[in-house]
Design a protein. Sequence first.
Length: 78
Amino acid sequence: MADTVVPGPASLGYEEARDELIQVVNRLEQGGATLEESLQLWERGEALAARCEEWLLGARQRLEAARKNVGEPAGGDA
């Protein structure tokens, strides 16, 4: 039996990580998983949430940088 390779959260884009996180939360809310499965889902969910936070922080930093550059001369002409 071959194991399915699950990509690490660091390789996922925001939407991919968010969508998988939603699936993890739904699975945990449904119950029925063993304790070991629940712990693995929880750990995966934590990693996915951290990845989403990284993407959102990066987007916020890019927006702030863009806002700072608004109104500045493009060529540095005075």
